[in-house]
Design a protein around this ligand. Structure first.
Ligand code: ADP
Ligand code: UDP
Length: 237
């Protein structure tokens, strides 16, 4: 399978059409962005690391019964996925308070959230991805009630599967963001699951092993992603 047309350049991935209208190629670039694209840097090996990391996680999720867009790895930095009609919504689950919830609610980073917190955000960089609720989604027609339910159920299932997977590797899954899309009548998990879109802390030291290292200029960003991959048994090549 080969790239046919360039479809879209995002902040970290480029999307191409293929000779099969039902399939796309996602190219994981080395570009790393934060603060809605205000801070951008190229980090060596990040594209390859995230491509292989994402493939590993998507396959684990499929095996656990979560329907995803993932088809196969095509090259070091590319994967083939099903062509989805993406919903403009980000689904976030939080097991531990960090990031925007701390600012919004004045809670301390590191507070355990039990039961976990689920939040919807609108995927819109110029508006800085505002938090929304089911009433906004219904009123503006961004998704149906059935689609919201499917996304929420799948996101909690992903949390259960990945919390255990990471804990076995000595890592706390603090929070993460998922995106979903329509595929015929189904709602499938799309986009990616990598340390770019979640928070991962070492279970013993609470060291940050995710994109917060980039956001906070801590250095060792890709090295941390590689450490997580190594602990999970992801083969990066
Ligand atoms: P961003 O849009 O946040 O800048 P990326 O650089 O990761 O993010 O761009 C990838 C784009 O591809 C995103 O807009 C995402 O919604 C979209 N996408 C991911 N998976 C699929 C898919 N299976 N079908 C169609 N679009 C997808
Ligand atoms: N997240 C993401 N993309 C976004 C917004 C958030 O991948 O556009 C991830 C982020 O990495 C974290 C989780 O979603 O793992 C919750 O993010 P939060 O709301 O705390 O926002 P942040 O302060 O990280 O921007």
């Amino acid at each position: 399978m080969k790239r046919v047309d360039h479809l879209f350049t995002g902040k970290a991935k480029t999307v191409y059409t293929t000779d099969d209208p039902d399939k796309l190629i996602l190219h994981f670039r080395n570009d790393t962005s934060a603060f809605d694209g205000e801070k951008i840097e190229k980090l060596d090996r990040k594209g390859m690391t995230n491509n292989k990391f994402n493939a590993f996680i998507m396959q684990k999720l499929e095996a656990a019964g979560v329907d995803t867009h993932f088809e196969r790895v095509l090259s070091d930095e590319e994967s083939v996925v099903k062509n989805l009609d993406m919903l403009p919504i980000e689904c976030v689950v939080r097991n531990v308070a960090a990031g925007s919830i701390c600012k919004r609610l004045g809670v301390e980073e590191g507070l355990d959230l039990d039961p976990p917190v689920f939040e919807f955000f609108l995927k819109n960089d110029p508006l800085h991805d505002p938090m929304i609720n089911d009433y906004h989604i219904r009123a503006f027609g961004w998704a149906t009630d059935a689609e919201m339910q499917a996304m929420q159920e799948a996101t909690f299932k992903v949390n259960e599967v990945l919390k255990a997977l990471f804990l076995d590797a000595g890592i706390i899954l603090v929070d993460f963001k998922l995106e979903f899309g329509r595929y015929g009548d189904a709602i499938l998990l799309g986009d990616e699951f990598t340390p770019d879109g979640c928070r991962l802390w070492d279970a013993n030291t609470r060291e940050k092993l995710d994109k917060d290292r980039f956001r906070r200029d801590m250095g060792g960003v890709v090295e941390a992603y590689e450490e997580v991959a190594h602990r999970l048994g992801v083969e990066i090549g």
